[in-house]
Design a protein. Structure first.
Ligand SMILES: Nc1ncnc2c1ncn2[C@@H]1O[C@H](COP(=O)(O)OP(=O)(O)O)[C@@H](O)[C@H]1O
Ligand SMILES: [Mg+2]
Length: 294
């Protein structure tokens, strides 16, 4: 249970080491199945951290643990210096992150704009409707959707547009940290590259910290500052791709030095170039509000 007493520590993150997420000794199990054991991870302020690992290695469970949705069997987790284990964090700290879940998880009976407005209404119940509409439009445009998509329902959107709508909702409360669970899964390569570039642009503009789970080697090469590898129930390595490739771990070698890894390395630069159009500077200013009222 979150207690009022915790509120006084909400800004207690350690700025001196710039660690936004700190996971120590994490253990997760489902019945007999041990998913994580002795898992440690640090995510640094302002970085794009890629999280990779085979299917079922517990990437989504790790993310859900960090944001307090999955009660671990053991371990300590802090986000912005606050304990999130079992959802113990305060609403104030929860407001500082945004999440794009693996399936997009939009409310199907709500329009895109209404989806984006959900978290805003939750935290600012007295906000007036016009301001709410304006904020939603900024987020939608900043996420690379045309403004007229605001009134569309999730079923009327392509996969790529749904991801962008989910991103717009994740950005609704001006978070400092975003969690993205396989955001480019199911997108065509051009759409995926555009989404990657959008994430990088938003990070550069807003100074976001990004925790991104991905299967997409192109994403790792194009935008991730560091990559954490989940294997053997823990984070077996974390570093730049260059650092990881130098390691002797069989899964890491197979992953980065297999044929798909090489192809991704080759296409990384080209993909980045092609996706530069993801967000125009004019669109980007909408998010920071620097053009507001102009
Ligand atoms: N709520 C749950 N109940 C039981 N088992 C679960 C639950 N969530 C995840 N698991 C199991 O935990 C393991 C890791 O799942 P997950 O984190 O979704 O993997 P991935 O790395 O593919 O995201 C899988 O074996 C999955 O079946
Ligand atoms: Mg998953």
């Amino acid at each position: 249970m979150a207690t009022r007493a915790q509120h006084h520590v909400r800004h207690a993150e350690a700025p001196e080491d710039g660690v936004v997420i700190r996971v120590r000794g994490l253990e997760n199990r489902f019945g007999e199945q041990v998913v994580h054991q002795d898992l440690d991870l640090d995510v640094k302020r302002g970085e794009i951290l890629g999280v990779v690992g085979g299917s079922g290695t517990g990437k989504s469970v790790l993310m859900r643990s960090i944001i307090g949705l999955q009660q671990p069997a053991a371990g300590a987790i802090e986000v912005f210096g606050e304990n999130t284990v079992g959802g113990e964090e305060s609403a104030d700290v929860r407001k500082r992150w945004g999440v794009l879940f693996q399936n997009g998880a939009l409310f199907s009976t709500l329009s895109v704009a209404e989806n984006v407005q959900v978290p805003i209404r939750e935290y600012y119940p007295k906000i007036d409707d016009q301001l709410l509409d304006e904020i939603a439009t900024y987020k939608i445009v900043a996420s690379g959707l045309p403004p007229e998509s605001s009134s569309k329902y999730p079923s009327e959107l392509s996969g790529g547009m749904r991801k962008r709508a989910g991103l717009a909702r994740a950005l609704a409360l001006d978070p400092e940290l975003i969690f993205l669970d396989e955001p480019t899964a199911g997108l065509d390569p051009i759409g995926a590259a555009a989404f990657d570039n959008l994430i990088k642009t938003l990070r550069d503009l807003l100074g976001l910290t990004v925790f991104i789970i991905t299967h997409d080697l192109d994403t790792l090469y194009a935008i991730c500052d560091r990559v954490a590898v989940l294997a053997d129930k823990k984070v077996v390595a974390v570093g730049t791709i260059e650092e990881l490739v130098a390691l002797d771990h069989p899964w890491i070698q197979e992953y980065f030095n297999g044929p798909r890894g090489r192809a991704a390395e080759d296409s990384a630069e080209r993909a980045e170039e092609e996706s530069k159009r993801a967000l125009s500077p004019q669109e980007a200013t909408k998010l920071t509000g620097s053009d507001e009222g102009a």
